[in-house]
Design a protein around this ligand. Structure first.
Ligand code: ZN
Length: 276
């Protein structure tokens, strides 16, 4: 599933491709559930003629600010991604939404698993105000992380995946951050001391920055694999320390990495570096 570095990479690509300024001439929807809370016909009618003003990210949402006060929020979920295509190229079977731009390009939403969603809203606050702080913002201090974790008597793995606690993290970067901070995913948020919180704060920012620097993590060739706008693969897979390295030696202590299930999510740890 695309996480903060992957979504930000797509947003950067969309900006580099100068999608801002383009007018969406028309839209076609081939899988009705991709459009959340609205009939596809209403969505197509509403978005036609709107100009893209800005494109940015909040948590795992890609946000298009459009003219007339509308916003298109895209959540990629498991396998969604965006591509720029020419109108002549045939639609592939997993392309569920096509936005026709006035510059003879199309923005296509591909989503083999079909969990991705488009939210067309005049007020984005009901969706965005529920989200926790952005971990790469200047305001995200160790103190703020402590305020988010200490009141919660929950295990760190599900806690850090909870988008209302901290925005943008998913399975890959939570495992990587916990390994960096030498914290076990079973540890409770409420039982961390300030040294551990500071270490986790540093670790979260470090693994996200590394992911961003490497333009995201692309895992294998499966349907949930991440590709950037130009179908480029992210390079961060080669820099992962624990995620999907089961049985391989820990890069700190050579102990084989173990896989366990925490809160129904596949989790990877070094059993020696990360103790409860
Ligand atoms: Zn280790």
């Amino acid at each position: 599933m695309p996480e903060l570095p992957e979504v930000q990479t797509l947003v950067d690509d969309l900006n580099d491709a100068e999608v801002c300024g383009a007018v969406i001439k028309s839209a076609r929807v081939f899988w009705h559930k991709t459009i959340a809370d609205m009939e596809p016909r209403a969505f197509c009618h509403l978005i036609a003629g709107k100009q893209v003003i800005t494109i940015y990210r909040r948590a795992k949402y890609i946000i298009f600010d459009l003219t007339d006060g509308w916003h298109l929020l895209i959540h990629l979920r498991m396998s969604g991604h965006l591509q720029i295509a020419s109108p002549e190229s045939p639609r592939t079977k997993h392309q569920h939404v096509i936005l026709e731009l006035n510059d003879l390009r199309q923005l296509r939403f591909t989503d083999p698993r079909k969990f991705g969603r488009f939210f067309m809203v005049s007020d984005a606050l009901p969706i965005l105000s529920r989200l926790g702080p952005e971990p790469l913002d200047k305001q995200f201090t160790a103190h703020l992380l402590g305020l988010q974790l200490l009141p919660r008597r929950r295990m760190l793995k599900p806690l850090l995946l909870d988008q209302t606690v901290i925005a943008g993290l998913g399975n890959i970067y939570v495992d990587e951050a916990l390994w960096q901070a030498r914290l076990h995913p079973h540890n409770l948020g409420s039982e961390l001391n300030m040294t551990q919180i500071r270490s986790l704060h540093r670790a979260i920012r470090k693994v996200l920055r590394l992911g961003l620097h490497n333009k995201g993590t692309t895992l294998g060739r499966g349907q949930t694999t991440f590709y950037s706008l130009g179908e480029r693969q992210g390079r961060n897979r080669n820099h992962l320390k624990v995620f999907r390295r089961t049985g391989l030696p820990c890069m700190r202590c050579r102990t084989p990495i173990e896989r366990l299930i925490v809160g129904q999510r596949s989790t990877h740890i070094c059993p020696r570096c990360q103790t409860v």
